[in-house]
Design a protein around this ligand. Sequence first.
Ligand code: CA
Length: 730
Amino acid sequence: MLQRNVWKGLWTFALFVALIGCAADSERSDEDAGSVTASETSAGMDRSEEIRAKTASLDAARIIAADGEPGNWLAHGRTYGEQRFSPLDAIDTENVADLELAWYADTDTTRGLEASPIIVDGVMFATGSWSLVYAYDAKTGEELWRYDPEVPREWGVNACCDVVNRGVAVWKGRVYVGTIDGRLVALDAGSGEVVWDVQTTPQDRPYTITGAPRVVKDLVIIGNGGAEYGVRGYITAYHAESGEQAWRFYTVPGNPELGFENPAMRKAAATWRGGEWWEVGGGGTVWDSMAYDPELDLLYIGTGNGSPWNRYIRSPGGGDNLYLSSILAINPDNGSLVWHYQTTPGDTWDYTATQHIMLLDLEINGQLREVLVQAPKNGFFYVIDRRTGEFISAEPYVQTTWASHVDPETGRPVETDGQYANEPKLVYPSPYGGHNWHPMAFNPNTGLVYVPVLDIPMVFGQPGQFAYDVRTWNTGINQTLMAPPDSLTGELEALGLVKGHLLAWDPVAQKRVWQVQHSGAWNGGLLSTAGGLVFQGRADGYISAFAADTGRELWESQTYAGIIAPPVSYEVDGEQYIAVMAGWGGAFALASGVPPQSGMIARHGRMLAYKLGGGQVLPAPSVATIDIPEPQRLEADAAQIERGKILFHAHCLACHGAGAVGSGVLPDLRYSNDAIHEVWDSIVLDGAFAVKGMVGFDGVITEDESEDIRQYVIKRAHDGVAIQALLGEA
Ligand code: CA
């Protein structure tokens, strides 16, 4: 049952992180707002020319023939099929225990790091918080250049899931990045200087970009996010050379009265019944995964949840709501839809199909099938024919209560009563998904797909009313139900339901082969290697190597920061490296209300690279635990606290965490001191901290409501102190 010592460690550590969190954030902005093109101190002219030359020949032919240069990692998932398998085998099950840090580089950021680096002939390209781009010498870690797109920090309020970025694309001497404020930027690979910069989203709508671009046939493909706030999803292709738009494909229909862009939208609109979804946008954003099959010449994309989440509001007459939560095959020449497969028809749980799409050739029933596989948020692992979109199989890879199974004849999920049409329901998986954006990996030698799994429930319920507000998550569900239970022991027990593990899955037999339970839920993406290893960073600030066939842990190293990003592997001068970004953040870290784990001490981000006998040691940060300071007197009555709780979970949850519990990224409001309480309204209403990303909510909430929220935060500070005492006695 309740493991008090574990939770005690968690909580005291949370308190510490929360406090340094406040301090670090108040120092941050000047440093981050640096020049557009960072110093040439390291790169210099010769080095820039050298990098330009190395990357100039990076094109489709090189990516397709990637196995011929195993020391490089040329595309997001290494290949167009996105298997995240490195053919390098110098580091193997026998010697991985000798893996040590080779170098590390500070990113000078304090928010989540989610990027998968690209490595071309000894040069590494990666992205960080606020869409910064870094070029490193992959052998030494020397920073060659840094590009800061200078995203206005106020735009951060539109980012549902932290100001993260999942990486660049490198192509013919250029580096391409999507920015959190909706731009696609082409940089000179040698110097980091801007070649072109296009706005890919309307600036009067709360769009963001966190996904990595892909380059297919000299077209840079980029999607966007924002379905929590209310947008209409689409992808756009730009000519790599000029930045000129080639085509755009919307994933959901707009207002039918205005006509349709193409036949696919006309067909889709017939599956949205009633309501005025276009007012909120409809959603279906393509915020992460893509894959490309050069032989079939098909681009695969995954689409997101509806906007709002709640189908009873979004499309009250029912219908599948195409093309939400779907895998779409697109003709990359003109952006037309070739086929679609919808994983969650009529989605109402935020069950996106934006998760990793991986292309595999599998022998199924004695026949070699060209398939794609996906473990979307909805909890089922799908195998789909990638030529035709034909459903082959799907089985649950995690606790799944919203549907009993996927009908083998129709390929449609069979819903249970986990729907919340009339009364609140506890549903597995949660909106964090059974699996989120954290990439999977495949090993052709074991035939297994490795999945970073989240095992978390959530209570869904109808809201009292729904009014669209562009500044707030527009889920259309009762977000107050995300708050922890009112009793302190209930709160601790609820935290115990939040779990995660590493899963090895047989995609042919559609069954679990092994799993490794982790102490936290929100762990890193994956890498598999020909050395028979699977690498994963964890929420508790470690990176580990596991045997690919058994899951036995063979190596681990402390990183002092929670890891969410996926590792990659590459080779320089005959030595194999494993690299990963360490930097805690992302949706779960902001909104879950789950305190950070005890191994997560550092809050600033780093790129870490390991090799056999690397010999370097990561400097350990000094550790202190700090309790929640003496809270203000609790003067509010129960009714005011309840009002504050509802308002908090409507407006503050996404950044400051359910139950006002911070998870070590943005300030934990329970630590607000008297000085903060004195200027509360100037922060909350007038935007005194807007330069740090905390915009004012004047016009959204009233002065009285701001005070209700303040009183709820004070109540939660008292709860936090009581939990400290409870755990202290245990
Ligand atoms: Ca979502």
